[in-house]
Design a binder for this molecule. Sequence first.
Ligand code: BGC
Length: 738
Amino acid sequence: MSFKAKWIKPKRDFGDICPTYVREFTFEGEFIGKATLTITAMGMYEAELNGTRIGEYVFAPGWTSPKRLQYQSYDVSHLIQEKNTLTITVGKGWLRSPLATRAESEPCLSLPSGVSAILDIGRLIETDSSWHAKESPVRFSEIYDGEVYDANITSAHLEAVEEIPAPDCDLVPQEGEEIREQDVIIPVKIIKTPKGETVIDFGQNLTGYIALNLPENTQAGHVIELSFAEVLDKEGNFYTENYRAAKSKLKYICREGRQSYKPKFTFYGFRYIRLDSFPFEAESLFHNMTASCCSGGFQHKTPISAIAIHSEMERTGFFSCSSHLVNRLYENTLWGQKGNFLDVPTDCPQRDERLGWTGDAQVFIKTAAYNYDVEKFFTKWLADLALEQQQDGQVPHVVPDTIRAGGSAAWGDAATICPWNIYLAYGNKEILERQFTSMHKWVDYITSATQDTNLWTGGTHFGDWLSIEVPVDPAVDCQKIGTRHDFIASAFYAHSVSLVVKAGKVLGRDISAYEALHVGIVNAFKKTYNKFYTQTEYVLALQFDLVDDHISTAKALADKVMADGCHLTTGFPGTPYLLHVLSENGQADLAYTLLLREEYPSWLYPVTKGATTVWERWDSIKPDGSFQTESMNSFNHYAYGAVVDWLYSVAAGIRPTEDAPGYKKVHIAPKPDTRLGWVSAKYKTRHGWVQSKWQYIEGGTIRYDIETPVEAEICVSNQKYTVGKGAYTFYERLGEGI
Ligand code: BGC
């Protein structure tokens, strides 16, 4: 379906104030037809018909490359009356908010708060100069800085609008998942900090906003001002330095009497809020709340609650085991995904960044596809990636591209790694069809950009990003420390070319040139890099099949880990594969040791420090309780949560196969370890649920319970069984096999 309607904006410049567009119309007699509203805007919009919000999509029309804009259609038949008022409020949203490194000269920043809509009620009501605009109560709203809302602005006078040219981009129907409100979280504590601040703790770091429900005795002109934070500092005071330039504030000016409010066009990454200005005695207000909790329906009576929002994705994966710390790490990763899958896979939801970092997305995609059904989510984002790719194939660091720079190894490789993993998880080769040009253009870019033949040397890369071997100060020349950048670049070059070859084979393309290129890279790599110096170097060489002898290389990696103090040192590029290359190559014991380690640096260390989401750094809070540098210290960065893929695919052993992608056949190879008494996982494939459980039972026996909806290859205790749909139980006596 195509959509083309006129665009309008207020005739007068409203400045920061978000306009509400108004169109009144009548319908005579009883409405029995179908009414559809199709709409998009330059920024974000919220539409109401006769005072009722249309749809559940928050932050529509979503966030895409500025080369295209999604539009949405809503069935509004049930809202039509005899006399109708359609209103549409438009905020800056992602398109018009200043975002990190977005140049002031970017054309999108000078766009007006335009809207384009058609209401089809048998006749068409289209945005045109007969509409009106008025000031809305949203006095200011931006992604990073928050919102100012004056509830007293209820009847601003109607003003003229004018027709404007359509933006210079394609209009496309909604392609991604809708963003929706998902969880309501009530406060767990009110805290008086040593500095005397009144702080509310929601007990969970999340992405979203708060809902206010204010009592009868609220007075007009009362002001509520809130600040948001992810953590309290060592002393227990409110800490916002890691938000950098993002103000992340909320100001609400009350009207008389009972009222409720939620921000319309902004979001926050937070666990705590500080009541900077609050016209009620917080404790007594919340005391009343407890009373109403008991009488039920507390969510709506809570004066302040937190609302978590994310793209609507079906939960498909569940994992639990005997370690409560591992379970919390798993939960933290789920929250990391919820908080950062906001139409675009973002690095973090709180500081002045919140961008679609390609590297983070490729690091996390396997985990993401276990936890939730992300096919639609990534299909949309990958279309934007392809659109934002340069002519020469260079992939930008972030998609949508607000930075206008790209070409880093392990970041640009999102172009090949993401489509391939979506194909493996869901088995639909259309994603490869749609992305194939983008995939091979990325490796063609490398071939043209490198200073070498068959290796990727030169260029500017992020390297083994946030590895503990790399200095915290970004001003230090990281090229010379830690994993060699040319090594990472060449290893990912090999991997990306191998994925182009695989995808080309699925699509029946002639990929002989890429096959030859792959052989050339592998040979050059083996010749050039015959000694590895860091864990990430071992890991990448093993994972991307760039060594001849996997078993002895994995043994050497194990020795390196031990020499490093029996802990990991990997950054973003190496971390997702570390446990895999160990457990695949005879070092499963060490993989479990690393998983279960609680001291810094490790996956569980943040959990022992009370983390409720995955941290950006291994030591975002240092062992002495102080924080890592505020210039780069997010407490909700999913990248290191990539270890959860290992929990599903190795600890529980549930994996897709390349010869029957999308779980048309399943590979189930659980790997027990005595340090975990049991593991249980299930995954909803497109063909039904796969389940894998194991537990140590009395007498040194392991019991495996496996269920598959399709043909499966089950590997337990070094035995392989090919089975059909069904439930199977195996017992393995330790040391004796099945
Ligand atoms: C982001 C990262 C990203 C990185 C690349 C950071 O500022 O938060 O997650 O991948 O930059 O350098």
